[in-house]
Design a protein around this ligand. Structure first.
Ligand SMILES: [Fe+2]
Length: 192
């Protein structure tokens, strides 16, 4: 056994506490759903310029549970258009992204619509990276009218939505004629 002098022990504990601050909970699982398609195009623009719907920018960073960034993670996203329709023939509103050297990712889209089988607006995610467990999850919007302004109380109105953490704040910019929505969605992977 190694005995540490008190100053070394203090430094070690401080370093340990610093690391503890970085520890993150893994992103909660949420079901894949029936509309996933492989080989979505590599693009950060899911929205074509004339597409109707509220413009949405999603950004985030990929970490592991120790708080270390995960560059090169493959992030597949898919969603409906603003009216709640999935493109099952092609690849509209589907994309494959890669986290950059700082673990960051970004895409432009529109706020997805509601559709009959699902209560809440959502974007599906499938994330994989070498040495990490894949993440299957969904992103939800705190502004979804289903929550009536109180996602803490109402998130479980959608029986598929099991975790409040997946409901993300939405920052709205612009004016009533041109509203833009920004959402940040951090992804945290478990190591294999
Ligand atoms: Fe869906």
């Amino acid at each position: 056994m190694t005995t540490l002098c008190s100053s070394s022990a203090t430094e070690l504990i401080a370093a340990w506490e610093e690391r503890e601050k970085l520890v993150r909970k893994p992103t909660p699982w949420n079901e894949l759903g029936p509309f996933y398609k492989k080989r979505a195009p590599q693009t950060a623009s899911l929205q074509a310029s004339e597409d109707p719907g509220m413009p949405l920018s999603v950004s985030g960073q990929v970490f592991d549970v120790r708080g270390e960034i995960v560059p090169g993670a493959r992030i597949e996203v898919w969603q409906t258009d603003h009216l709640g329709h999935y493109d099952l023939d092609g690849y509209r509103y589907r994309a494959t992204l890669m986290s950059d050297a700082r673990g960051k990712y970004f895409f432009d889209s529109v706020i997805p619509g509601h559709y009959p089988d699902r209560v809440c607006q959502h974007i599906h995610y499938l994330v994989s990276a070498n040495g990490h467990k894949p993440i299957t999850t969904q992103l939800y919007f705190a502004t979804d009218l289903v929550f009536e302004g109180d996602p803490d109380r109402n998130y479980n109105r959608d029986p598929v939505l099991l975790s409040r953490e997946l409901v993300r704040p939405v920052v709205l910019r612009g004016d009533p004629k041109n509203v833009f929505a920004d959402v940040n969605f951090e992804l945290v992977m478990e190591r294999l």
